[in-house]
Design a protein around this ligand. Sequence first.
Ligand code: SAH
Length: 235
Amino acid sequence: MTFRATVLTLFPEMFPGPLGVSLAGKALAAGTWALETHDIRAHGIGAHRAVDDTPAGGGAGMVMRADVLAASIDATLAPNDDRPRLLMSPRGVPLTQARVRSLAQGPGALIVCGRFEGVDQRVIEARGLEEVSLGDYVLSGGEIAAMALIDACVRLLPGVMGAADSATDESFERGLLEYPHYTRPQDWEGRAIPDILTSGHHGKIAAWRRAEAERLTKERRPDLWAKRPKRAPQG
Ligand code: SAH
């Protein structure tokens, strides 16, 4: 089953963009995943293909029209398409590695990229769009958020990353941030690689990494630390 990302955007020329290079780009060329972009403006109103209008109730900015966006969704999705329908939105549920993993195990997603002040609430409800946020800050459009979400999913698809287990140790996978990395040279600007890492003692190395991951998580992300999965007592 190929992971299929269908992106609705006013700026289809932004894609594949960064998704066309490196890991994601190679996987795209190899057919491990597929990308379809649809220009929302193709469903715009009138000679000027208008896609937005002034906000009901007044105020600054413009709002994407429900009729235009719905026409774009309806023209894109086959009736039997049961992929998740996501709307990139700062009001959405913050994206997590757990959600990325579950998306990557599925058939892909329809991803709607907002622009302006956002989209008319009625189309969110009528087309069952699930709002997903990249984080607590505001981007100028949903495209970069969509790319981030797709990139995070694609690197988890079978065969995309080199070593089969290179994802299992990573930040967030065990409810912890990752331990620090080092590579050659052994001494650099008077800083040595921690001795334990060059000791060849795999048990001690694993214990050091675990302790560092725990220390960093406690220090930097008390929120993650508080809800990390508890391990069974050892021994
Ligand atoms: N007025 C809105 C922000 C609109 S930004 C508000 O205050 O909530 C325009 C578009 O950029 C949004 O519709 C959304 O698609 C996208 N966007 C902005 N910030 C985002 C974020 N943190 N996560 C996901 N998408 C975001």
